[in-house]
Ligand binder design. Structure first.
Ligand SMILES: [Zn+2]
Length: 408
């Protein structure tokens, strides 16, 4: 099941495949044509889980707590410590750790090298690694440990369908991981050159477009796409190297309740898009407004210091971002992360891009969230709710004042 491939050689059991399951107590049928209703296929929104046994086999990037702590220290020294699970893929040869144990794969599947298309998104064969030129900025790979199956042998697919209980389904989709060509620890976000970060965004964008094109060619449609960064182990990042991921869900069975909320809200706004028109609390919650982007502390934070940002242009998807928007985003994220470090906000953070699914005829304004890690309590798990202690306009003031010295 590695690389999302299920075939006669690796198939063992119906429960050894990635599964998608909708929670019957929080799942509702989609009835709006804007949000993907089509005759002949039932769609849902609500809570779902991807259950993927292969995820447990992911290599761990940090062996000890001490080793992880090294990556909190963002001195330049850390850049030399560059042997990680992706080193072999970059160097084109098997890399060994200090104890002589091989780390990383000697096989890979590269969707985009910078923006250049390489392996086909539905390719069935990982190939030998090869050295990636130093001039490259980023690589987008098929995730070896995905939560969805990309390619399934048709006979096995039928067998799984016939034998899995009816409320469970084999989960289909593509999981991408985008890494920087050179090693930068994700916890030292401010050390990453802007070009490297732009390179990651550009490679992601090219890979998403390639995957969507090929998926449509295979008669998939109405496709939710979720690009995100897990920065630091506590935010779900199992590797120290800066990397992003993209989940491309090809189940054609709907979307989650959070996305439904966004879709409904934008629908209600109609032509009066909130993000195009708002001043975000009369400007006192705005952290940074530049030519192409607006960053602000959201008035209803999911965590203390939760930052939301959006392109000033009314775009629906990450993949519509243009080069000048991407370059300015890389610069802005770097300075904002530096400001968050300066005021000692937890370095474990997620960046989540909220996009309109491909194929939906819905109004949407692309936006993203920066969510610093925090432990949450029971009340917050019981509903789509958070108890925060920091007033957003005060958080914004702190960040704004810290930012001043970095802005040209
Ligand atoms: Zn808008």
């Amino acid at each position: 099941m590695e690389w999302g491939i299920i075939n006669t050689e690796n198939f063992k059991d119906i429960y050894e495949v990635p599964i998608k399951r909708w929670d019957p107590l929080s799942t509702v049928k989609i009835t709006s044509e804007d949000f993907g209703v089509r005759s002949g296929r039932t769609r849902y929104y609500g809570h779902y889980s991807y259950i993927s046994p292969i995820r447990g086999e992911r290599p761990k990037g940090f062996k000890t707590i001490e080793e992880e702590k090294e990556f909190f220290d963002c001195s330049k020294e850390i850049l030399k410590k560059h042997k990680d699970v992706f080193s072999s893929v970059i160097e084109g040869k098997q890399v060994y750790d200090d104890g002589g144990i091989p780390i990383g794969d000697v096989y890979t599947m590269i969707i985009t090298q910078d923006e250049i298309r390489r392996d086909k998104p539905f390719s069935e064969k990982p190939h030998r690694i090869e050295r990636i030129p130093e001039a490259n900025k980023a690589l987008t790979l098929i995730n070896r440990y995905p939560s969805m199956a990309r390619i399934v042998d048709p006979d096995i697919e039928k067998y799984v369908k016939d034998n899995l209980p009816s409320h469970l389904k084999l989960s289909r989709g593509i999981n991408l991981v985008t890494i920087s060509r050179h090693f930068y620890p994700s916890l030292c976000f401010n050390l990453i050159p802007e070009e490297a970060l732009s390179g990651i965004f550009l490679s992601m964008k090219a890979a998403i477009l390639y995957c969507i094109e090929e998926a449509i060619d295979k008669d998939y449609y109405d496709i939710p796409v979720m690009p995100f960064f897990n920065i630091g182990r506590k935010a779900g990042g199992s590797q120290p190297r800066i990397h992003s991921q993209t989940y491309i869900d090809l189940n054609m069975d709907g979307h989650g309740s959070r996305l439904e909320g966004y879709l409904e809200a934008f629908k209600e706004m109609g032509d009066n898009c909130h993000l195009c028109q708002t001043t975000h609390g009369d400007t006192d919650r705005i952290i940074l407004k530049s030519e192409f982007w607006t960053f602000y502390n959201t008035g209803s934070p999911v965590r203390n210091y939760h930052i939301r940002f959006h392109p000033n242009e009314h775009l629906r998807r990450f993949s519509q971002l243009k080069i000048n928007q991407i370059e300015e985003l890389a610069y802005s994220l770097k300075v904002i992360f530096q400001a968050l470090d300066d005021i000692e906000i937890d370095k474990n953070r997620n960046i989540l891009f909220n996009c309109c699914p491909y194929g939906y005829d819905a109004n949407f304004h692309l936006f993203a969230d920066i969510i610093p890690h925090e432990t949450i309590g029971g009340a917050e798990m019981a509903d789509d709710m958070r108890v925060a202690r920091k007033l957003p306009h005060i958080a914004a003031k702190e960040i704004r004042e810290t930012l001043k010295k970095y802005l040209q």
